[in-house]
Design a protein around this ligand. Sequence first.
Ligand code: NI
Length: 161
Amino acid sequence: MAIRNIVIEGDPILRKHCRPVDKVDDRIRGILEDMLETLHDTGGVGIAAPQVGIMRRMFIAEPEPGEVYYMINPEILEMSGSEEAEEGCLSVPGYAGLVERATYVKIKALDIDGSERILETEGWAARVIQHENDHLDGILYIDKAKDIREIEDEPDAEEGE
Ligand code: NI
């Protein structure tokens, strides 16, 4: 495993649409392992492949420590409700903003073993999944946020995605 560099906002890579993963093989699993290590190194709660320069439709969400979801070729099946909460992003360091998101998300994706899973999530986990899924279509939370504010550089206080 290795820690990868995070692509920072302003790089056109973050604005591109990612292509589906053809096959969940060892190469893909290796990238996901690196992404998880990179996520843990940063203390974030989610990371999408384009944030490490891989233009494939996959991300990891870890809304609570140890609660890791690998999402490969994800497809949101249902969304409902609406609530505002603050988000940050590993690719937009030093900032946070209020974003309106669905409170409930039902999502279908391949897991790291290549099997199809359907996950129903609410609240914070649903928010992290929506944020990461947006990255696969070149969308950043700052496109949707209001009241973007600078946050102090306190490593423990950051909740980047
Ligand atoms: Ni992000």
